[in-house]
Design a protein around this ligand. Sequence first.
Ligand code: NAD
Length: 290
Amino acid sequence: MTSIGFIGLGIMGAPMARNLVRAGFAVTGYDLNADAVAALAADDGKPAASIADAVRGADIVATMLPADQHVEAVVLGDDGVLAHLEPGALLIDFSTIRPETSQKIAEARTRVLDAPVSGGQQGAIDGVLSIMVGGARADFDAAKPVFDAVGKVAALVGPAGAGQFVKAANQLVVGGTYALVAEAILLMEASGVDAEAGLDVLAGGLAGSRILELKRASMLARDYTPGFRIDLHHKDMGIVLDAARQAEVALPFAFQVAAHVQAARAQGLGDRDHSGLLAVAERFSGREER
Ligand code: NAD
């Protein structure tokens, strides 16, 4: 049985680890939050008391952490993953971080994949994530059974860090779509039409999207329970803007989306779901928040 050490059992990591258990892997989980570790143990995973405990003896180590500083500390830090990883074991980092950080890890060790995901909490629960992978072909092939257990689509898109660039493109499209759906809702409501029926029509036509499919009801109800936190999307828009500057391409809409996400944070919505961009649109037009 292939053994996996899984570090970071949050909104995404917990259901991913659970799906790996269901697929027949022996999963040992670690998180700073003891309740998350206990929840995995109750679902036939094994609890770990430390990073070392999760990593020692594992064939594969997976990480799903919030941002660069967490990945740097957990993977590269003293007593971190690399200090305990078995020679020949594979490291898969599912976190969304800066491409430079993924490249730095790949320089410190071979057999490393950056594998950020898209599909949200529901996609993680259903095991249907899209996975964008940077690294070597042989490692990608070796990781395939893991990707099959947590995702629907996995693509190798280039060398170390490449997965993060594709994820940045993904976050640009997701953030931009939320901002536009928010304005569409505001326009319909302010015009006195049936916004719910209107969104149903939009969802079935060329304007349709996964966001309209999954989130239109919660947005109309102003339910911004995360989901994906505005704070994390703010981190991601920073990655998008840096990547654009590096690649010397001008992306005016990316700047616009980043400003909307920044405004949401400034308005105290950092812990809310990114569909909360609707509240920003409402305030921008001086309308009562609903
Ligand atoms: P989260 O905050 O819910 O989970 C992160 C987990 O990491 C937490 O349980 C936290 O306790 C743990 N953690 C932090 N530092 C740690 C440490 N030093 N040692 C052990 N555990 C530690 O975040 P999330 O929503 O699951 O997102 C994780 C990553 O996935 C982020 O990079 C995010 O951008 C990305 N992502 C999230 C979504 C989403 O919809 N939530 C979708 C796609 C990608």
